[in-house]
Design a protein around this ligand. Structure first.
Ligand code: NAG
Ligand code: NAG
Ligand code: NAG
Length: 211
């Protein structure tokens, strides 16, 4: 049955239909912590990121699926970002990141503009431990809003929240994953804005030197 569903979910027509169902809001702002998801893509073909606000070492984030790939390239046709786990279960085919993927990081929970609440994980990427990234890439973002260049990204979500934005800027080493209930709390940086210009957080001091 699972295999059958998985095959169905692999067909793009079913992707669209199932994706619409799966995109229904999950638990609202009630959860402080979010479960680290079991598979890279579930039977609905979704890509589920998560973070645990009480444990900054436990997270699942999107990154390019192959080495040395620009964020914007990873969102174009023929490419695909994938979910990478802080503590992957290799039996389930989960990809595990290096333990020191971040040189500094912090999580927080905040009220947000209209009080709906959001959680985030911000930090400096340790580029020496991030082979997926191109160190000179100015970076970009992943989110769950239709209208981005890849329809594929519309099947992304953050566990337990209705919206998310993930800003990844290898060149200045900034990273943030923010999961929101109010779209206003999850804006996407544009042009030459740094992640931290738009999504404030405790990133630490992200020097540009590769470590
Ligand atoms: C969700 O957020 C609203 C608005 O701030 C708040 O009134 C409500 O208590 C929150 N719900 C939970 C379960 O925390
Ligand atoms: C989040 O981290 C805390 C502290 O390590 C742990 O007790 C809790 O079980 C974690 N939550 C999830 C959903 O894994
Ligand atoms: C890893 O995945 C396998 C296969 O689904 C499962 O049996 C096992 O319990 C998982 N391990 C952990 C630690 O979750």
């Amino acid at each position: 049955m699972i295999n059958y569903l998985y095959i169905l979910a692999s067909l793009s027509l079913f992707h669209t239909a199932l994706g619409a169902v799966a995109a229904a809001p999950g638990p609202q702002n009630g959860t402080d912590t979010t479960a680290v998801h079991l598979v890279n893509r579930n039977v609905f073909g979704e890509r589920v990121v998560s973070l645990n606000v009480t444990n900054k070492e436990q997270f699942a984030i999107q990154l390019p699926e192959s080495d040395d790939t620009d964020i914007d390239t990873s969102k174009t046709f023929g490419h695909s970002p994938r979910v990478w786990y802080s503590h992957g279960n290799t039996t389930n085919g989960q990809e595990t990141l290096a333990q020191d993927f971040f040189s500094t990081s912090a999580t927080s929970k905040e009220g947000g503009k209209n009080g709906a609440g959001f959680v985030q994980l911000a930090g400096c990427i340790n580029l020496g431990k991030a082979p997926q990234l191109n160190p000179s890439d100015k970076g970009g973002f992943y989110h769950d809003t239709p209208g981005d260049q890849a329809e594929d990204l519309q099947r992304s979500r953050c566990e337990g929240y209705t919206h998310f934005v993930e800003c990844v800027q290898p060149r200045n080493r900034q990273f943030i994953l923010r999961c929101c209930n109010d779209k206003e709390d999850c804006p996407t940086p544009s042009g030459s804005q740094k992640c931290s210009d738009v999504l404030s957080g405790s990133y630490g001091t992200c020097s540009e030197a590769r470590t």
